[in-house]
Design a protein around this ligand. Structure first.
Ligand SMILES: Nc1ncnc2c1ncn2[C@@H]1O[C@H](COP(=O)(O)OP(=O)(O)OP(=O)(O)O)[C@@H](O)[C@H]1O
Ligand SMILES: O=P(O)(O)OC[C@H]1O[C@H](OP(=O)(O)OP(=O)(O)O)[C@H](O)[C@@H]1O
Length: 212
């Protein structure tokens, strides 16, 4: 019987997650290979991973469809989900930044337009600076926006900086660091205490070991 359901986003965090569980002796079939299957059980049938769209991980965990989730801090911040964020897993590192054309300055414009996959993050960042903005929600290829006049700047993820560079854009301001986080449903944290606590502790020990 599966005791713990784990929501994981299809994409960049899959193989890191699989490796992390392997280090704990929790073995899943290699779901990173092309497959349309969405549910995978570990060898001992204690854990079940459900593969969902990355941006839906907080929803599955908040609603209790999954007990725990592995999700980028970016997605977690944007969602505002009511979950426990229990551990920084250390992988999936990148950062949030404001980017634009090299000569762009905020100047005296009364309102700037910001294109982003993360409109809530963008709004919060500018709100703290005391600036009001108009957000334009995009779902990808965000770097195009300032190039073709859709927005003044973008708020997006920067990892290697290649995408910005290849499109003639630069980081104008850093916002915050991002990495993958372990999140837990609030009710599961109470009802499945032993299993979840020991998983968090074991995960924490491998994260600390990797940092040395
Ligand atoms: N270069 C990068 N671009 C995007 N995300 C990155 C990058 N490097 C690390 N990450 C992290 O990996 C997480 C998952 O990224 P992935 O591209 O799989 O999902 P997504 O961008 O949310 O999904 P989708 O591509 O379906 O919109 C991100 O939420 C982020 O925390
Ligand atoms: O700094 P870099 O290493 O170039 O990585 C950053 C890029 O990666 C992400 O896009 P993604 O690949 O998820 O594609 P998308 O345009 O569909 O969001 C992000 O939105 C940037 O465009």
């Amino acid at each position: 019987m599966n005791e713990i359901t784990i929501a994981l986003g299809k994409g960049r965090l899959e193989s890191f997650t699989l490796q992390a569980f392997k280090k704990l002796g929790i073995e899943f079939p290699d779901f990173t290979k092309d497959s349309r299957k969405l549910i995978f059980n570990d060898r001992e049938n204690i854990y079940q991973i459900v593969l969902v769209k990355a941006s839906d991980v907080p929803t599955y965990v908040e609603k209790g469809a999954a007990d725990i989730g592995i999700v980028g801090k970016d997605t977690l911040l944007e969602s505002g989900a009511d979950v426990f964020e229990v551990l920084d897993l250390g992988f999936g590192q990148c950062k949030f930044a404001v980017a634009g054309l090299p000569d762009y300055t905020y100047g005296s414009a009364s309102k700037i337009t910001v294109a982003s996959k993360y409109p809530n993050v963008a709004r919060n960042f500018y709100h703290k600076k005391g600036m009001s903005i108009e957000t334009i929600k995009l779902n990808g290829s965000v770097e195009l926006a300032p190039l073709i006049g859709l927005s003044d700047v973008i708020v997006d993820i920067v990892e290697t900086g290649t995408t910005l560079k290849e499109n003639g854009l630069v980081v104008l301001e850093d916002i915050s660091e991002i990495s993958a986080r372990l999140i837990v449903n609030k009710a599961s944290f109470k009802t499945k205490t032993d299993r979840i606590h020991s998983l968090i502790e074991e995960m924490q020990s491998i994260v600390e070991r990797e940092m040395v």
